[in-house]
Design a protein around this ligand. Sequence first.
Ligand SMILES: NC(=O)c1ccc[n+]([C@@H]2O[C@H](COP(=O)([O-])OP(=O)(O)OC[C@H]3O[C@@H](n4cnc5c(N)ncnc54)[C@H](O)[C@@H]3O)[C@@H](O)[C@H]2O)c1
Ligand SMILES: [Zn+2]
Length: 420
Amino acid sequence: MTETVFTYGAPALKFGTGSSSEIGHDLGQYDAHRVLLITDPGVAATGHPGRIADQVRAAGIEVVVFDRARVEPTDASLEEAVAFGRAEGPFDAYVAVGGGSAIDTAKAVNLLGTNEGELLDYVNAPVGGGRAPDRPLRPLVAVPTTTGTGSESTTICVLDVLAQHVKTGISHPRLRPTLAVVDPELTMTQPAMVTAASGMDILCHALESYTARWYAGFPAKKAEERVPYCGANPIADMWSEKALSLLAGAFRSAVRDGGDAAAREQMALAATFAGMGFGNAGVHIPHANAYPIAGRVRDYRPKGYPQDEPIVPHGMAVSLTAPEAFRFTFEAAPERHLTAARLLDPNVSGGDSDTLPKVLSTLMRDIGIPNGLAEVGYGDADVDDLVTGALQQQRLLATAPREVTGDDLAGVFRGSMEHW
Ligand SMILES: NC(=O)c1ccc[n+]([C@@H]2O[C@H](COP(=O)([O-])OP(=O)(O)OC[C@H]3O[C@@H](n4cnc5c(N)ncnc54)[C@H](O)[C@@H]3O)[C@@H](O)[C@H]2O)c1
Ligand SMILES: [Zn+2]
């Protein structure tokens, strides 16, 4: 029997300039008296978290601040944040101000502030115990400051498990924030490379969910087997298509001129829309490949990110194999790949497996993304290891529109060393 059901979940949403100055009122609706605000040092330096904390205090709510979320969280960084939350708690709500890193950190702190056990118990099997929270979490208000991950609307927390050299996640509907407050003004201070990399994350969320295996192509599930990701479906398609059109109009401008308020607002909408789409449909090969690309980094340090440790930021890691991945998936759904190419570039010509990859690599070149895996430090000798890492992401690979073998992935990695 094949699947006949798809699902849709999303947080309550408040969008627009000035929305982040109403959080005191919003928390009052959840009867919150004492909250933990979670952010990272770079975002704290912009002053936005401090301003939000003051505004919440002015509404008569006590605010404790944790400003040490790690950029691209690890099990160790999440454990530190969880220990802080448990020691300083109890809290009746949480506020996350930052990119995916701060929001995912808040999800872990909320999970382990309300449920027994340790972080690794809840991490996806086989890396962790795959345990499901048995108690509801407290309200989480997520306030994104990047235009990227869509973490403010998703059910996942992504982390690097250091001892196993693997990036993975915790995924459960209870992790979804209660309220997403998207204020484009907070995103204006993003450095150009953060705008470029996190924007490529939006783009890949939209493209991967749009080209994912159709929900009815999976075996039928029982109620208790349903997961938040159900494959491409009519509702996720709407969000993904709209996100692609918004990116077509705003992405290059937002990177070129960070002060372009109209472009910033369109990017914030695109990130939110793509989050609503992929948060229900799922993502596939570029995201599976991104995990080992980020996890095995040697000494690459992009501008605009903390320089103390090497990093291939998530959105950059996702984008580096995207052109080749979509060349590979083209034959499973040619019309969808071509529609996506036309949404991203209404003037595009051509109608074959090269069309979408070309649109992507031209965009990547224009916004300053590295020209392939070689530029971030990988060579042909690394391909086997990268394939091994990507093959661990079976949940993501199963969402691809065609079957993917190790040899297929090796071809995608080899073809991604240099794009132009
Ligand atoms: N949970 C999900 O659904 C989901 C989805 C995709 C990615 N992720 C995860 O999210 C993380 C990446 O998040 P991200 O791309 O949003 O970036 P980020 O949170 O890692 O932030 C990137 C850098 O930009 C800085 N920054 C953020 N906002 C800023 C602003 N407005 N002004 C100045 N500096 C700012 C930060 O301090 C940091 O140095 C990764 O760990 C990734 O795996 C999660
Ligand atoms: Zn992503």
